[in-house]
Design a binder for this molecule. Structure first.
Ligand code: SF4
Length: 466
């Protein structure tokens, strides 16, 4: 696999490019981005969901359950979560999740093959072991979970216990994603996340002892107090513990959405240049340790399914970041969760009371969404190609949608000219190639094809691209 630009590379990202392209832009975990979601025609939404039951060649389902509770809020958090004093408060929520799955199974045929399960949050392991067991039993009773399904869960090591881990193992969970963020206790303290290395090591050794090979570590860069040397020390500890997959997320500072993030401004946030330096240096470490680069911010060992999905062209990007299983319909249950079924997006109510009351009244608690038209579907597909594979074969896109893609996208391709001149993309043989340097600016490249961007009117809705 081609090695992308690295910090030792003479083609290192020129400063003027970093300055020029450090703008606000979507992360494209959906297209259009979620800020364009609005009221949807529910009849049409459900008609499109039902139509997927009739597919002759059903790709199957992916199910996401959102557990929006945490013991304490980390100051950098951009997730939809609530601080709950004790796990007992979550019992009603678990019942609502079970009820929502059953409501959805009245529309989406529960006999469709369920190929992926993911629990995220918040903190799924905030729930007591008994509640987790109740939830997972109901899940398996409701859906046709395939024997080889990938079952993953996000674990906050701080609230992990052997009892809770055992529940996941008993229900066949085979991938555990640990929220590490950074191993430097000073950095963690500053962002109000008091987690020590021993806790992570204990969780890793317990899971390995129980035969779990598939571990993800989530890291974040761009936090106050993070310096290159400390981040490299974190990278070395990560490499020592050898997860099969690493996500290295850029901290997204959006205090107008998440007010608690404002506290980080007083501590001093690193600028674009410092962030780029940290990212490139960590990438070097991971690549030298045998990890392969996946998309814009993931790394995986060659045997990990994410690396295999990249080779097979089945890599996908959605609200969980990069995942496997392109083409699967994503049903997401829980407050704020976003489903992506066929040509639809549907987001559940965000406030807990509205979510609970909706489900308890026997309705799907969808409060907004989006029904894609054909142009949206074409652009969604091309953005997925660029984000996942860093290239876009216009002929293949044209065949898929029965269009002359070069002619259809002529205006967009023309708008790429300045990015071609800056060396971020190359176009030849009806294929758009993202260059090594361009990978770093993939969000800016994709913005060229986003027909909704101009309607954002320069509002501060997105985080910075670097
Ligand atoms: S544990 Fe995760 S979801 Fe909860 S507040 Fe911290 S970052 Fe957010």
């Amino acid at each position: 696999m081609k090695r992308p630009v690295s910090s030792q590379d003479p083609r290192r990202i020129p400063e003027q490019l970093r300055r020029k392209y450090d703008v606000r832009g979507p992360r494209y975990t959906s297209y259009p981005p979620a800020n364009h979601f609005g009221p949807v025609d529910e009849q049409e939404l459900l008609r499109r969901w039902r139509a997927r039951n009739e597919l002759a060649d059903d790709p199957g389902l992916s199910l996401y359950l959102h557990i929006p509770f945490c013991r304490r809020r980390c100051l950098f958090c951009g997730c939809h979560t609530f601080v709950a004093k004790n796990a007992g408060q979550a019992g009603r929520y678990v019942s609502a999740l079970i009820a929502e799955m059953k409501l959805a199974a009245g529309i989406i045929d529960p006999a469709r093959p369920l190929r992926q399960i993911a629990l995220g949050g918040g903190t799924p392991n905030f729930l007591e072991a008994g509640e987790l067991d109740r939830l997972l039993r109901a899940l398996h009773d409701t859906w046709a979970v395939q024997a080889d399904a990938e079952k993953s869960v996000e674990i906050n090591p701080r609230t992990a216990t052997e009892e809770k881990l055992e529940v996941f193992l008993e229900h066949g969970f085979n991938r555990f994603s640990l929220g590490i963020q950074d191993f430097d206790p000073e950095v963690l303290r500053a962002v109000r996340r008091d987690q020590g290395l021993m806790e992570v090591e204990e969780v890793v050794s317990h899971l390995r002892g129980r035969g779990v090979d598939l571990l993800n570590f989530d890291l974040i860069y761009g936090l106050p107090g993070q310096e290159l040397a400390g981040c490299l020390a974190t990278a070395d500890k990560v490499i020592e513990l050898r997860p099969t997959r690493i996500a290295l997320y850029s901290y997204a500072h959006v205090p107008w959405i998440h007010g608690h993030q404002r506290a980080l401004e007083k501590l001093g946030l690193p600028g674009a240049e410092a962030k780029a330096e940290i990212f490139l240096a960590l990438m070097d470490r991971f690549l030298a340790a045998g990890y392969l680069p996946i998309g814009m911010d993931h790394f995986a060992l060659p045997e990990d399914s994410l690396a295999r999905a990249l080779q097979a062209g089945t890599l996908r990007r959605n609200f969980m970041g990069y995942t496997t299983g392109r083409g699967l319909d994503l049903l997401a249950c829980g407050a704020s969760a976003i489903s992506a079924v066929g040509s639809t997006y549907a987001q559940d109510e965000k406030p807990l009371p509205a979510y609970l009351e909706g489900v308890e009244a026997g309705r799907l608690p969808v409060f907004r969404g989006f029904l894609l038209d054909r142009d949206d579907e074409i652009r969604r597909e091309l953005l997925l190609e660029l984000f996942c594979n860093f290239r876009l074969d216009l002929r293949a896109l044209g065949q898929r949608f029965d269009i002359d893609a070069t002619a259809y996208l002529a205006g967009d391709i023309e708008r790429l000219d300045p990015l071609v001149r800056d060396g971020l993309v190359e176009i030849h043989d009806e294929t758009i190639h993202v260059t090594d340097i361009g990978r770093f600016f993939i969000r800016n490249i994709c913005m060229t094809f986003d027909r909704y961007l101009e309607t954002d009117g320069g509002k501060r809705v997105y985080s910075r691209t670097i």
